[in-house]
Ligand binder design. Structure first.
Ligand code: BJW
Length: 245
């Protein structure tokens, strides 16, 4: 792919870059995107119907087991060239922030350092009642297992629909976007708020905005540049075209 001169020059001189990623960046690692079809025991449910506190209250065993299945699957996958390209960009610019909606930890595994996980991390577990992270727990006959402190049910430390993001996560992300020179939205359907409002912080300040996605999204009409294709192919090409020439 060839990139507009404006993009290359702006990236080369950028002091501050903010990137928002979604499930699409991990798709090439083999992690199904959030809105991909469900399979197996969960085939009859939409992910949107399982990722809520109401669903957990109604059927904690089913929701817990869905997350355990995904957790075990995610443990086996590796970062792809898209994740590595973002870690490489972080080394090239003075200030870089990666805001990810993904809960799969792959950005950290690729070497990204300054990361805000706005929807949590599936490898962590917390107490449903106390909202406290629980590091040590065991699989027992109880499904979900119970909190060793209070006996409440354990749940994954992810953000479900209707729940608040981790304290300060959105505010810090939005401020970084407003102060950036270039903003990227990569592999997200731009449907879930408040994450989907972050690009508008960039638009309001006239910051160069770039979307990378295999398809159009509600954001496409608003960004300065839409690069259509696989993040794992476009990002390494962009790094080469910008910093390795
Ligand atoms: C590729 C590719 C490749 C594929 N290369 N691209 C304002 C308006 C309307 C509604 C709301 C609003 N504000 C809040 C809401 C409600 C709600 C919401 O947004 N609902 C919408 C559905 C309308 N938001 C919330 O409830 C949030 N909390 C909140 O607002 O708190 C305040 C509050 C509290 C109480 C009451 C009221 C307000 C919390 C949202 C939490 C989202 N959590 C999830 C689940 C995490 C755990 C889990 O994984 O199970 O996060 S939902 C799910 O969606 C997950 C994702 O992070 C998130 C975003 O999905 P993403 O990443 O965009 O994935 P996909 O699958 O949708 O898209 C993949 C994209 O990749 C596609 O575009 C592909 O084309 C592309 N792609 N392969 C490049 N190789």
């Amino acid at each position: 792919m060839s990139f507009p001169e404006e993009v290359i020059r702006k990236l080369q001189s950028a002091e501050r870059i903010v990137v928002l990623t979604g499930a699409g960046i991990s798709a090439e690692s083999g992690v199904p995107t959030f809105r991909d079809a469900q399979s197996g025991l969960w085939a009859n449910y939409k992910p949107e119907e399982l990722a809520t506190p109401q669903a957990f209250r109604r059927n904690p065993k089913m929701v817990w087991e869905w997350y355990m299945m995904r957790r075990e699957m995610i443990k086996k996958v590796k970062p792809n060239p898209g994740h590595f390209a973002l870690a490489a960009i972080e080394k090239k610019v003075p200030r870089f922030l990666l805001v990810t909606q993904n809960i799969d930890n792959l950005h950290h595994l690729a070497g990204s350092k300054n990361v805000i996980e706005i929807h949590g991390n599936i490898q962590r577990t917390k107490c449903f009642d106390e909202d406290i992270v629980v590091d040590k727990w065991e699989l027992t006959k109880d499904v979900p297992p119970l909190c060793p402190r209070c006996g409440g049910m354990l749940r994954p430390d992810v953000v479900w629909f209707g729940e608040m993001l981790p304290p300060g996560a959105f505010e810090r992300s939005a401020e970084a976007v407003r102060n950036s020179d270039v903003f990227f939205s990569i592999g997200t359907s731009s449907l879930v708020y408040p994450a989907a409002s972050l690009p508008y912080e960039a638009f309001s300040k006239g910051i160069l905005s770039i979307e990378i996605n295999v398809e159009e999204t509600p954001l496409t009409a608003h960004v300065d540049h839409h690069f259509r294709g696989l993040a794992g192919e476009i990002l390494p090409q962009l790094v080469s075209a910008t910093w390795l020439t």
